[in-house]
Design a binder for this molecule. Structure first.
Ligand code: 4AD
Ligand code: MG
Length: 464
């Protein structure tokens, strides 16, 4: 008989059927006559209870069934009386596929998140990380389905690039030279001419610029891939390697862009509630009793849409009334996560889309407003997270874009191909970037972004 996954077995009702299951032992308890093995194969948060009449099995073999061991069980489907499941398996034959001694670090339950990060190679075996990574998978599927169903094309943008989309100088260099062989004072004058790409190349911070090329050819596209930022920020919301989803749509203005962002996030959240119910419920009960309520709340609320200038007024009012922020509030400031969260969690109590930011704090490609001071930017701000999406309508006017590029001293020679979109049949278009791990923080209720990606890359951490 072929193996049945536990997720499927627990839905079956054919009592008396013979089945084969394989998985890892979570716990084993019982009496001198009968033992109960909680078996998990990763297909679901739920364990299968395997009932073992000790008299029928070899004593030496039974000793090997310890926490963490991998076993294969042939047995009969029986009705379950007490385990919380409808069915369990009465073992007929057990084979130990892999033993596990008591140096296995996941013996006991209730390890701290910090400790589990140190054993990131084993943590998918815990209930918590099994749940998080199953949800991560389901969210990726939801994202592709959302865009595919709406006629968007999945467009692959390069990971190695020579342009700095966000102009923030946070790029990791890609080179075949060993820069560490150079003395510090020699590094400034490196010539990349003889290097692999013949010029300085880096890991991408965003696929947007190439995404715009695609949108102005194919209409509606999205990217979904890893992006890299060498920002030295050790926060619960920043990774050096994170995944981003970037839709880009020809003929969309900023309003269409906001509509798309709101519909997209709600679709993903609903998908999690509908398709990951067991895992979401586990995380809700285990860590964050408000999780399910918060997810449902987002589906019911219209997101607030508010210009940056009005947001600053609200924050200034809060300060006047005695609210203490760590960082100062004034028109022109790049909002800190405490400011974003005040607007969302304290003032409006629902997600907020902040628009029309000062041009000085936003990237060169954003469409400039008539006032000469602001750009058609939009950031979606979420409870517990702060910024979850950043986007804008794009500047489609060649001359205005050129002027901005010059003002901001962006190296022109690297940008000629991007400017061609504005030279040849330019069109209004808009897009945004959703940080995949920020979405996962919201959907799983995890507190630290290191706990929603299998192998987090942060300053001083590139292990496993
Ligand atoms: O606001 P950002 O920098 O926008 C862009 O990169 C645009 N090119 C997107 C576009 O319009 N196509 O980043 C977009 C989102 C942020 O809102 C945040 O969710 C996430 O990416 N993000 C990070 N997530 C984890 N770790 C980091 N270091 C992140 N930096 C940005
Ligand atoms: Mg941003």
């Amino acid at each position: 008989i072929g193996r049945t996954k536990i997720v499927d077995l627990l839905k079956r009702t054919d009592i008396g059927a013979m089945v084969n299951v394989k998985g890892w032992v979570r716990t084993r308890r019982g009496s001198k006559q009968v033992n109960f093995i909680a078996l998990n194969d990763g297909s679901t948060i739920n364990n299968l209870q395997v009932v073992v009449d000790l008299a029928n099995f070899d004593e030496e073999m039974l000793k090997l069934i310890t926490t963490g061991a991998c076993i294969s069980v042939n047995g009969e489907m029986v009705e379950s009386v007490g385990s919380g499941q409808k069915v369990e398996v009465q073992a007929r034959e057990i084979e130990v596929l892999g033993t596990c001694d008591n140096t296995y670090p996941l013996q006991k339950k209730g390890h701290s998140m910090e400790f589990l990060r140190e054993i990131a190679h084993l943590r998918p075996r815990t209930n918590t990380f099994g749940a998080v990574f199953r949800i991560r998978h389901n969210m990726a599927i939801a994202i592709h389905k959302f865009f595919h169903d709406r006629g968007f094309f999945y467009f692959h943008t390069p990971i190695i690039t020579a342009s700095d989309c966000e102009g923030a100088g946070q790029m990791f260099q890609v080179t075949t030279m060993n820069l560490y062989d150079l003395k510090k004072d020699e590094r400034g004058s490196i010539s990349y001419e003889d290097d692999f790409f013949g010029k300085q190349a880096s890991l991408t911070v965003s696929g947007q610029l190439e995404g715009e090329l695609a949108a102005t050819a194919m209409g509606s596209i999205y990217t979904f891939g890893p992006t890299f930022r060498a920002e030295n920020s050790n926060t619960p919301r920043h990774l050096a390697e994170f995944w981003m989803i970037e839709p880009e749509v020809a003929f969309n203005d900023i309003i269409d862009n906001m509509d798309l962002a709101e519909e997209f996030i709600k679709y993903c959240v609903k998908w999690a509630l509908d398709n990951c119910a067991d895992d979401v419920k586990f995380l809700n009960d285990m860590f964050d009793k408000g999780l399910i309520e918060r997810l449902q709340g987002v589906l019911n609320d219209d997101f607030v849409r508010l210009p940056y200038t009005d947001g600053i007024k609200i924050l200034e009012d809060a300060v006047a009334k005695g609210h203490k922020f760590e960082f100062p509030v004034y028109w022109g400031v790049d909002l800190a996560s405490e400011h974003e969260r005040y607007l969302v969690e304290d003032h409006f109590k629902r997600p907020v889309i902040l628009t029309d930011y000062p041009k000085e704090i936003k990237a060169f490609y954003m469409k400039q407003n008539e006032d000469g001071k602001t750009v058609r930017a939009m950031d979606v701000l979420f409870p517990k997270i702060g910024e979850i999406i950043g986007g804008s309508e794009r500047e489609s006017d060649y001359d205005k874009l050129m002027t901005r590029i010059e003002e901001m001293h962006i190296p022109m020679k690297d940008m000629w191909w991007y400017l061609d979109t504005r030279k040849f049949g330019t069109c209004p278009h808009s897009g945004f970037g959703l940080g995949f791990e920020r979405l996962l923080l919201f959907v799983t209720g995890m507190a630290n972004i290191r706990d929603v990606i299998p192998f987090p890359r942060t300053p001083r951490n590139a292990d496993f």
